[in-house]
Design a protein around this ligand. Structure first.
Ligand SMILES: *Cc1c(COP(=O)(O)O)cnc(C)c1O
Length: 300
C-alpha cells in the first residue's frame, strides 16, 4: 500500500498518491483553462456542509455544459473513499470537472470533448497561516488589474481563471502584504484568491453580492451573523464606503473567518482583529463541529 498521507487523488476510479496524479497535456482543462471545480473541507474526520458544496459543484458543471458521465452519488462516494484511504482527518478536498481532450482531429467544437471528473485531497489548507490570522492579516488592493468581469467569466462557477488574482498576488507579495483583493471596473470591492470579503459597520455586515463567487463560508458567516443578531447586507460595496468600515475580515473554506488588520496603508480595528471578526472566527470552528452540518468519513 503506497503512502497517501501527503495526499491522494481519485482518477478514473483509482485512488493514487497525489504526486502520481496528472491529466493529459491536450486536455482543454490545461490548454484553455476549461475547468470547473469545488473545494470542501474535512474537519476532524467529517466533511462540513458537503451537500451545499455538492449543490454548487453540480450547478457549475451544468453551467459549463459538461457531462461527466457520473451521478452526484458516485462523486460523493469517490470523495469519501479517497479521504478515507488517505487517512487525513483535516483535509482540503478538491473535486474537478475538466473539459477533457478533444478526440476529433482538428476539432475546435467543445461538444466533441470527453469531459471527466477527478478529485484530490491534501492536508487542510489555511489560506492565511493561523498565527497570522489570529493577529489579523494584511491585504493589498490590486492596482494593475481588476477582477475579471462577471459577464466575461462567471465568478459563481468556481474556476481556474486566476490571471487577475495572480497579478494581484505579485503586487501584494512585492510589497510585503499577505494577500490581495480586487476591485471591479465600477470601483466596488469584489473578492480575492479563494476568499470573500466582509466589512463591519457597528453591528452590520456588508459583503459584495455580484461579481463574486458565493462562498459556502460566506453563507456560513451570514447564517452565524443572523444567529448573533447582526444585520447583514449582501450588495455592492464601493471602495469609498469600505474605507469607513470598523473592521474587515475574509471568509474561505481554507481557514474560515480571517480577520484583517491592514488594507494598503490603512489600519483597521487598531491594527488587530476586531471583536466581530474574532467572535465569528470562534463561531466558525464551533459550527464545523455541529453534527447536523457534518458528514463523517468511514475510515478503515
Ligand atoms: C473558493 C473561493 C471563494 C471562497 O469560497 P468558499 O466556498 O467559502 O471556500 C471565494 N472566492 C473565490 C474566487 C474562490 O475561488
Amino acid at each position: 500500500m503506497s503512502d497517501l498521507s501527503k495526499g491522494a487523488a481519485w482518477m478514473r476510479g483509482e485512488i493514487i498518491p497525489i504526486g502520481e496524479a496528472g491529466i493529459a497535456v491536450t486536455d482543454w482543462g490545461v490548454t484553455h483553462c476549461d475547468i470547473g471545480y469545488d473545494v470542501v473541507p474535512v474537519w476532524r474526520g467529517a466533511f462540513f456542509r458537503l451537500e451545499d458544496y455538492m449543490d454548487r459543484f453540480v450547478a457549475s458543471v451544468a453551467a459549463l455544459r459538461m457531462d461527466l458521465g457520473m451521478e452526484r452519488a458516485g462523486m460523493v462516494a469517490a470523495l469519501g473513499d479517497m479521504v478515507a484511504a488517505s487517512g487525513l482527518r483535516d483535509a482540503y478536498v478538491a473535486m474537478v470537472a475538466a473539459r477533457g481532450p478533444n478526440p476529433v482531429p482538428g476539432s475546435r467544437d467543445p461538444r466533441d470533448c470527453k469531459n471527466h471528473f477527478y478529485a484530490w485531497c491534501v492536508p487542510y489548507v489555511h489560506i492565511v497561516k493561523p498565527d497570522l490570522a489570529e493577529k489579523g492579516t494584511s491585504v493589498w488592493i490590486a492596482k494593475s488589474v481588476r477582477r475579471i468581469p462577471a459577464d466575461s467569466v462567471d465568478p459563481r462557477v468556481k474556476n481556474y481563471h486566476w490571471g487577475d488574482f495572480t497579478s494581484g498576488l505579485f503586487e501584494a507579495k512585492d510589497r510585503g502584504f499577505e494577500t490581495t483583493m480586487l476591485l471591479d471596473h465600477a470601483g466596488n470591492v469584489t473578492e480575492g484568491p479563494g476568499f470573500n470579503v466582509f466589512a463591519v459597520f457597528e453591528n452590520r455586515l456588508v459583503t459584495p453580492e455580484n461579481g463574486v463567487l458565493h462562498g459556502i463560508t460566506r453563507r456560513t458567516v451570514l447564517d452565524m451573523a443572523h444567529e448573533r443578531g447582526l444585520n447583514v447586507q449582501a450588495r455592492a460595496l464601493p471602495l469609498e464606503e469600505f474605507w469607513t468600515a470598523d473592521e474587515v475580515f475574509l471568509s474561505s473554506s481554507g481557514g474560515g473567518v480571517i480577520p484583517v488588520a491592514r488594507v494598503d496603508d490603512r489600519h483597521f480595528s487598531n491594527a488587530a482583529p476586531g471583536p466581530v471578526a474574532r467572535m465569528l472566527r470562534r463561531d466558525y470552528f464551533a459550527w464545523m463541529e455541529r453534527a447536523d452540518l457534518r458528514s463523517p468519513i468511514a475510515y478503515p
